[in-house]
Design a protein around this ligand. Structure first.
Ligand code: PEP
Ligand code: CO
Length: 477
């Protein structure tokens, strides 16, 4: 049986389908208790925000805005002091400024943050020194430490994930609206280690030019006190929809009266984040994860790996977006440098010819993971760059929109991916390798990638071709 738009949907109909990558909780009672508790908690987001994001993503689908989605591979309960979240937010602001300036298009900012706690794994178990334990599946499921106690799935962790998400979201809202994101603070977003890098210098020059424009605008009477677009940013949250009991418990029916000014239809909303996506390992058409995702009103993403066929992608779109609504689905390609140039074009042609307004976004991370000789998981910056270039070239060729970038990053000075302007070598990876899962770009590498994408977007800019519709209200920054 495959998922069809015609079959009735409820937040729990996923339970009738095979579910991959989910922990086996030994005892149903504490699981039910945790879910009952979650059902009593307030939603983390408001449905009107979801509709606002969908409207922004519709602009991305039309080629009038660009999507930037980024953050940790996995967030961790141990780094809840706010520094990690602030640094992710800070580097995304910097990247967005670089992209907006070059492309002259708004950048829709979506963090992999405030809920990115569940991880799919390639093996169910891990063996160290002759001892075999369940794999670490993210802090919402079990602990990373290699002990039987840590690795036992514990449903009470779902309550901690909810609290941690709420705390992080609260900080993000404060940073987005409280003055930190004010465009006049552009220089202050650069951390010391980035300032010293070539990207830091290029950014400082850009900040200088934008500063001159801001001074001009201030002289014309537009400043942070009277122009919210200068003072505040719009920032949304996302995570992989993997742990379905958690998502189900936070799914709420929203009636007309509770949608706010952004409008939209009444219906079921996932309230754990604004946007949810499915990973490469859980996108089976007859599976539980697709079944859950198809019924919620949020924008949804699906990872599309190198083995995906045109028919598979069209079937995914049919299941998730039967009404063909712009801003509903983001296809996140993650094929690997070298493979993408060959595998993506047939998919682009199929979706284009079938007329679906899906957004294509490029994840140049997950198809480029390798191990060093010493067994450390890393990614080569050069491969990341190559996959991004191939993505833009494929879209230029197909006449489709290269709509977004999806990256694992942190603003912090970590040493997890090789290469880049800092030329990080295998020997140096151990210096500050702190990720809870996959290797992330650091602040300097993130900015370097943003400048590259900015150049690609600028090259693709058609004079007069894709500016925002003058009749629509100005987009949120
Ligand atoms: C991820 O985004 O962290 C991830 C696991 O991706 P994928 O499903 O594409 O492997
Ligand atoms: Co990852």
């Amino acid at each position: 049986m495959t998922t069809t738009a015609a079959s009735p949907w409820q937040p729990d109909t996923w339970r009738q389908r095979p579910a991959r990558q989910m922990p086996t909780y030994p005892d149903p009672a504490p699981l039910d208790a945790a879910c009952a508790q979650l059902r009593q908690f307030p939603p983390l987001i408001f449905a009107g925000e979801v509709q606002a994001l969908r409207a922004q993503l519709a602009e991305v689908a039309a080629g009038r805005a660009f999507l930037l989605q980024g953050g940790d591979c996995a967030e961790s309960f141990d780094t809840l002091d706010g520094n990690a979240a602030r640094e992710t937010f800070r580097v995304m602001l910097q990247m967005a400024v670089v992209l907006t300036y070059a492309a002259a298009r708004p950048v829709v900012k979506v963090g992999r943050i405030a809920g990115q706690y569940a991880k799919p794994r390639s093996a169910d178990t891990e063996t160290q020194g002759g001892v075999t334990l369940p794999s670490y599946r993210g802090d919402i499921v079990n602990g990373a430490g290699f002990t039987a106690a840590e690795r036992a799935p514990d449903p009470a962790r779902m309550l901690r994930a909810y609290s941690a998400s709420a705390a992080t979201l609260n900080l993000l809202r404060a940073l987005a609206q409280g003055g930190f994101a004010d465009l006049n603070q552009l220089h202050a977003w650069t951390t010391d280690f980035v300032r010293a890098s070539p990207q830091g210098q290029r950014y400082a020059e850009l900040a200088e030019r934008i500063g001159e424009s801001l001074a001009f605008m201030a002289a014309m009477g537009f400043n942070s006190s009277n122009t919210p677009q200068l003072r505040e940013v719009s920032f949304h949250t996302s995570h992989e929809a993997l742990l379905l009991p958690y998502e189900e418990a936070l799914t709420r029916h929203v009636d007309h009266g509770l949608l706010g000014s952004a409008g939209g239809a009444p219906g079921w909303y996932a309230t754990s984040a604004h946007m949810l996506w499915l990973g490469e390992r859980t996108r089976q058409l007859d599976g539980a994860h697709i079944e859950y995702l198809r019924g919620i009103a949020n924008p949804v993403g699906v990872k599309v790996g190198p083995t995906a066929t045109p028919d598979e992608v069209l079937a995914l779109l049919d299941a998730l977006d039967p009404a063909r609504e712009p801003g509903r689905v983001v296809l996140i390609t993650r094929m690997g440098a070298g493979k993408l140039a060959e595998r993506l074009p047939p998919l682009l042609a199929a979706v284009r010819d079938a007329g679906w307004p899906a957004i294509w976004s490029c994840d140049p991370m997950h198809g480029n993971t390798v191990s060093t000789a010493g067994g450390v998981k890393t990614r080569d910056f050069a491969n990341i760059v190559q996959e991004v270039r191939e993505f833009f070239a494929a879209h230029a060729q197909a006449g489709t929109v290269a709509g977004g970038l999806h990256v694992e990053l942190t603003g912090q000075d970590v040493t997890e991916c090789r290469g880049g302007g800092q030329n990080l070598t295998d020997e140096r990876l151990a210096e500050r390798y702190t990720t809870a899962c996959d290797p992330r770009l650091n602040g300097s590498q993130s900015l370097e990638l943003a400048f590259l994408v900015a150049d690609l977007l600028k090259a693709g800019r058609r004079p007069g071709g894709e500016s925002a519709d003058k009749s629509s209200p100005p987009p949120a920054r």
